[in-house]
Design a binder for this molecule. Structure first.
Ligand code: 4AD
Ligand code: MG
Length: 445
């Protein structure tokens, strides 16, 4: 048997006879020649079946192949600059072809399909070139984020998904019946990480989180992955430095390692090349002034109305979009009104109506990709905030304990994976960036 290779490494095997195991993506040709497009999970390449070079039954087998049939191909790797593929410019001159299974008629064809049909067939749609590229990019994003944190002495901690208390407001909780009690799916791992820092200093959790989001938008899923770093002895400024370093590293890594996938996605990478720390920092108050100014200069009344906002409101996506248009980097917006943020955020010194919170907004209209804050470290203040928000004190007993034994200034943030992938990939809707997205009206497949 010849060397089994991955298509992504094909450039290293020019002139060698190799074996590739995969699936038929598409097929063209007539008469004496058949061109197969073979995908193996790592890439797509062209396989040439030339009748005079092959046993007749092998050429016949090639002609019978249907889309998505599983096959094993042996042949010579050649350079051919016109050969399509990922990577482009290589082909296999087949010497043998083994059919593992002839696939039944495949529902996803090269013609256009509607989004509902594609989502209903998500288990098959993930094989398509663009979806494949997106999900490979997602894996690299997740790995690069982990790698950066591990290199900075962060320790990965697993936090529970079954939780007795709300972390991020009570309006988006999924209830679970737990042996006669009502508990919730985790909206965040943060509160547990605030315990973990007192044992490990710098930690992160990385897993699925859940929000019963009742609105259908391009940014909201009901199950999404969140990376949540949390740091002891760290204030808001220190946290922004960590965020900008981590995000820059991740984006530059994607440009290096996923150039082929970004080409498949037709991503214009010039904006991504500019993602280098430090990022601009702008206060909520200044951001409000800028939004008001933009609004004043608009002539279309509908457009104008979209930007209506009063001090105290959180930004919606129209505000984030306008704001990020002013910069060609991701931007930090810090110092949001306390009333629009979670109960645990440290108040601004001498300005309790504002809290030490920060969102990172991605450029090109993608908006919020991270949200974080410095946390309240004083036990009495924290208890008061729990009461003000009508949260059940009993469920937060352990959380209050953290402020009793060596409490320190600490900060953390959460990065939403799906929104981050949408931005880096340049795709409109976050639903495509999760292999099996869950959102309002969809839990199948
Ligand atoms: O701003 P959020 O709600 O912050 C928290 O949950 C904090 N506890 C994180 C922390 O400080 N450790 O959510 C953080 C990020 C958002 O910026 C967004 O990227 C993503 O999570 N996110 C969602 N992504 C997809 N669908 C949703 N419904 C999302 N809700 C939040
Ligand atoms: Mg947020």
């Amino acid at each position: 048997m010849t060397n089994i290779i991955s298509i992504q490494n094909i450039a290293n095997h020019v002139g060698e006879e190799v074996t590739i195991k995969g699936w038929l993506y598409a097929k063209t040709g007539k008469g004496k020649i058949q061109f197969l497009r073979l995908r193996d999970g790592t890439g797509i390449t062209q396989v040439v079946l030339f009748k005079p070079n092959l046993p007749p039954e092998v050429f016949q087998a090639g002609k019978r192949l249907s889309q998505e049939s599983s096959i094993i191909v042996r042949g010579l790797v050649k350079e051919n600059e016109r050969a399509p593929g990922v990577p482009k410019g290589y082909e296999i001159e087949a010497a043998d072809l083994e059919v593992v299974q002839i696939a039944e008629e495949y529902p996803i064809t090269p013609k256009e399909h509607g989004i509902e049909f594609l989502l209903e067939n998500r288990h098959l749609w993930i094989r398509s070139r663009k979806q494949w590229a997106l999900l490979r990019l997602r894996a690299t994003i997740m790995q690069a984020l982990r790698e950066w944190l591990n290199g900075q002495e962060f320790v990965e901690m697993s936090t529970p998904i079954l939780t007795p208390a709300a972390g991020e407001g009570t309006s988006t909780l999924f209830e679970v019946e737990y042996f006669g009690d009502t508990i919730y799916l985790a909206q965040t791992g943060q509160l547990y990480n605030e315990a973990n820092i007192y044992s490990f200093g710098k930690v992160y959790c990385f897993g699925p989180t859940f929000r019963a989001e009742k609105s259908k938008t391009r940014r909201h899923l009901t199950e999404f992955w969140m990376l949540e770093p949390e740091m002891a002895f760290c204030d808001l400024d220190g946290m922004m430095e960590i965020e900008e370093q981590m995000v820059s590293f991740m984006v530059q890594r994607c440009l290096e390692e996923r150039a082929e996938e970004l080409k498949v996605l037709e991503r214009d990478t010039t904006m991504l090349e500019k993602v280098l720390a430090p990022f601009p920092r702008i206060s909520y108050d200044d951001a409000m002034d800028k939004i008001k100014e933009i609004q004043a200069n608009l002539t279309d009344p509908a457009q104008k109305k979209l930007l209506d906002i009063t001090w105290g409101d959180d930004f919606g996506s129209p505000h984030e979009t306008e704001l990020t248009k002013l910069y060609n980097q991701p931007i930090f917006v810090y110092g949001f009104p306390t009333q629009c943020k979670a109960f645990y955020m440290e108040p601004w010194p001498n300005r309790p109506e504002v809290c030490k919170s920060v969102d990172l907004l991605a450029p090109e209209g993608y908006g919020e990709i991270t949200g974080g804050s410095e946390r309240i470290s004083d036990p009495d203040l924290l208890l008061r905030r729990i009461h003000e928000e009508n949260l059940p004190e009993e469920a937060f007993k352990w959380y209050l304990d953290l402020r009793r034994y060596g409490s320190v200034a600490h900060s953390g943030f959460g990065l939403g994976v799906e929104r981050t992938v949408a931005w880096v990939a340049g795709v409109h809707h976050a639903r495509e960036t999760n292999p099996f997205p869950r959102m309002l009206g969809r839990v199948y497949p």
